[in-house]
Ligand binder design. Structure first.
Ligand code: ATP
Ligand code: MG
Length: 545
């Protein structure tokens, strides 16, 4: 259940006052199908759906497809996949474009009431006539056209008699209003463009500010939740629902602050540019803040929903530290994924006192936080690999891992001492010669002495190679323009690692903790049975307080 917030307080008051005549609460999530959904949309989705759920109401998925130019079916499919993946079920799936006829009729009604007129000014002229915050606007010469003339011109607009931009339909409100949005806003424009849903049926399209309140009203939406940039448009929203007035209990628009996250761009337009420019692999590149990208990155729906719940809903726009999002996914994965041994920057270890050709099974737990996830078997033999970060030829202070002369525990196996570093002619380390103590096998109760370090290993005779993609932030602060972000030229690095053999059976999309490294997911697009590719979801350590 969603926690309470200022929107819920409004709704509870409305319910108490029976504002909607006992009708259930109805919300909608209204994406424009002009790009993939991002984490900002997830905030709106969570709010719209959980609010409806909390009050026993419904939430529609409605495509706000009133702008034919930028819309695409690929986006529609992705939006549905993402909403479902987040775990929500819509009441109805609807298209704003299915209401075009009703919207047209509503516009005709406005004309008949003397509340709308066809204007011949160009876009630039309209802008010029509109005035400024300190100066009132100037009336269009077309403002006082007769109803008959307006009806004829509007019908001709629909018939395709005019070119794009030649005429518009404007609401006749108040050119001196303190709110510029009320100075005779354009409500219909001409666009001779094929629409993905209505084809070539229409060459005039309603503007958002006219269309949206009508969409809400047709569907019986009670609370139309949107982001703060629409606050100044609310008087127009209310004007439209009042003037068009074919319903009793008008929907009300309530605004909340949009989500911004550090190191992320949160605009479909800018994200599309990254895709089109080939900066990323696609909308679902694991570095993208899209739902599809986060999914491919290894995020879970629960992590995203918890994040949205945690940041809460407020009127003010907030910028959230990306570390908080990372904290949520780490927190979710930590109790539910199994761990695997993977060594990065591998160093070969030869256990010189271990018989050649022998191999033995060691049992290791899958998740120390979740005993119910059981244990698995790995093998120990004469030749192993350890992580490059777990060996130092000349140890720094307080380094308790492997170095010449030091003894550590190989997790799940034995105490191992490093005796000798073998190098090639260039001074590069080829292998470490070590010895193990047969008395010290894990789980057999050895109590003779203690070691300070425990490291993991992979059996060189029972392992698999994997490509691992490690990520930095896609966006970084622009050193030249404080407050601006630029694309990080160095946001992905692919390294080859060696993992325990059981990883051969991993399936695309499967998530693991790579022991002591972080959380990783087998890439759903690139990972193949004999060519495993993993994406780093998030590291183990949190900088989030
Ligand atoms: P963008 O600027 O990324 O294209 P948009 O607002 O134009 O976003 P829509 O498809 O129109 O995208 O948005 C659908 C819903 O999601 C709207 O109700 C919008 O207010 C909400 N939304 C979009 N971005 C955010 C955000 N960053 N935080 C919260 N809600 C958002
Ligand atoms: Mg939009």
């Amino acid at each position: 259940m969603a926690e309470t917030n200022f929107i819920h307080q409004i709704i509870e008051k409305d319910i108490e006052e029976n504002k909607y005549g006992g009708r259930p609460i109805a919300t909608r999530f209204p994406p424009e199908p002009n790009g993939y959904l991002h984490i900002g949309h997830a905030k709106a989705i969570c709010l719209d759906f959980t609010t409806a759920e909390k009050y026993g109401g419904t939430c529609n998925l409605r495509y706000d497809d009133t702008n034919p130019v930028k819309e695409d079916v690929e986006y529609v499919d992705s939006i549905e996949e993402d909403v479902k993946w987040l775990g929500f079920t819509w009441n109805k799936r609807l298209w704003a474009s299915d209401y075009f006829e009703t919207m047209y009729d509503a516009a005709v009604e406005l004309i008949k009431k003397g509340k709308a007129y066809v204007c011949d000014l160009s876009a630039e002229e309209i802008k010029e006539y509109r005035g400024t915050l300190t100066e009132p606007g100037k009336e269009s010469p077309a403002r006082n056209r007769t109803v008959e003339e307006n009806l004829k011109l509007f019908s001709e607009m629909r018939e395709g008699k005019y070119a794009d931009g030649e005429k518009v339909l404007r609401a006749k409100i108040d050119m001196a209003s303190a709110n510029i949005n009320m100075r005779d806003p354009v409500i219909y424009r001409i666009a001779h463009t094929t629409h993905h849903n209505t084809g070539d049926k229409w060459c005039i399209y309603p503007m958002y500010d006219f269309a949206h309140p009508i969409e809400d009203a047709i569907e019986g939406i009670t609370h139309s939740l949107c982001t703060l940039e629409f606050e100044d448009h609310r008087p127009l929203y209310d004007w439209v629902v009042r003037e068009v007035g074919f319903w009793k209990e008008a929907p009300q628009q309530i605004e909340f602050g949009r989500l911004n996250i550090t190191h992320m761009v949160m605009s479909k337009r800018l994200l599309k540019k990254l895709v089109d420019d080939g900066v990323v692999e696609g909308w679902d590149d694991p570095r993208m803040p899209t739902i599809a990208g986060l999914r491919r990155r290894g995020y879970t729906p629960e992590a995203i929903r918890n994040f949205c719940e945690e940041i809460g809903i407020a009127k003010a726009i907030s910028t959230v530290d990306v570390a908080q999002l990372e904290h949520c996914v780490r927190d979710d994965l930590k109790n539910r994924v199994e761990s695997r041994n993977v060594v990065f920057d591998p160093i070969k270890v030869v256990i010189t006192n271990y018989p050649e050709g022998k191999s033995e099974v060691c049992t290791v737990e899958n998740n120390v936080n979740a005993p119910e996830l059981g244990s698995r078997e790995i093998t120990f033999s004469r030749e192993l690999y350890v992580d490059g970060a777990d060996f130092m030829e000349v140890p720094e202070k307080k380094y308790f891992r492997l170095f010449p002369g030091n003894e550590v525990r190989f997790k799940g196996a034995y105490f191992v001492t490093c005796n000798e570093v073998i190098k090639d002619e260039n001074g590069k380390i080829v292998e470490l010669h070590c010895t193990y103590d047969p008395q010290t096998k894990s789980g057999e109760g050895f109590e003779g002495r203690k070691v300070k370090g425990t490291i993991h290993f992979v059996d060189a005779n029972n392992c698999v190679e994997l490509k691992v993609r490690q990520y930095g932030y896609l966006m970084i602060d622009d050193p030249e323009n404080p407050g601006e972000q630029i694309v990080n030229p160095d946001s992905v690095k692919t390294v080859t690692c060696i993992g325990e053999a059981s990883l051969k059976d991993s399936k695309p999309g499967e998530k693991f903790q790579f022991f002591r490294h972080g959380y990783f997911v087998s890439d759903t697009k690139l990972s193949k049975e004999n060519d495993l590719v993993f994406n780093e979801t998030v590291g183990l350590k949190s900088s989030w307080k």
